[in-house]
Design a protein around this ligand. Sequence first.
Ligand SMILES: [Zn+2]
Length: 304
Amino acid sequence: MASDELRMPRRAALAGMLLVLFAGQARGGPAFSSSADVRGHPVKPGAPAKAARASEYTLRTGDTLSRVARQLGVSAATLAEANGIADPNRVRAGQVLNVPKVGEPEPAAARPLPPLPSPVVVVGGGSRHLVSEGENLARIATRYGTTVAELARANKLKNPNLIREGSELQVPGPPWLCPVQGPHQFADSWGAPRPGGRRHLGIDVFAVRGTPVVANVSGILEHAEGATAGLAYYLQGDDGYTYYGAHLDALAAARGRVERGARIGTVGSTGNARGTTPHLHFEIKPGGGAPVNPLPSLERWCRG
Ligand SMILES: [Zn+2]
């Protein structure tokens, strides 16, 4: 929404009043419209009771932001934040507000989609490597940040110079750290439909805003930023996996080499998560390629 739509002429802005003064643009139909009733799937168990629905509300003459917020079961601050409203006094009749859902990060798509197939991969504490043509043990060791001796020992190799193309090697590695260091919760939202035919290719780890986000493994950190992702990062792990985190409140670590446990930033709700419950959107991309479901790895390293 362009910010100039939100400005009212000075003469109309009555100091201290939250009343909307402009009439004539309100729609004929009901002002409240919900898209949640066509989602076709139930609210997840354990979701907050107030887990309402992504919807729109068209402001009518006489509406105030605080009253509308109260009616919709969200705070006025949340409503203002979700709509980029800097000054709650400056709203107008006919203005369409996005009403954020409580407890879900992004609006769901209109039609349910089939489950997204994904191999069950638990990442961390070592990994497997398929030997390809021309590779030798030294090169593989370098890629995973280990040594030829460690690889030879882990795979009981008598002659480290003889590895067969197509054979699978165990790559020893340190255990993961949970990327969110503090009380948190997550559920399986892998493959969930998103607007525009997109799928949810990660898991959302919910935590209080400001909870530390750390490097789950050592690697090379890159910062990323975008309208959808907000403040985000890529971590090219020494384990051969690329990790991606989004919607951070702040980025703390400089780009470059980071060790396991380094503080990357803090949990937030930037990008298209603005106005929703703070969370880390987390993805795992083997070899930097197509993402796999991070749930099994998060369950192994973040629970218990
Ligand atoms: Zn997400």
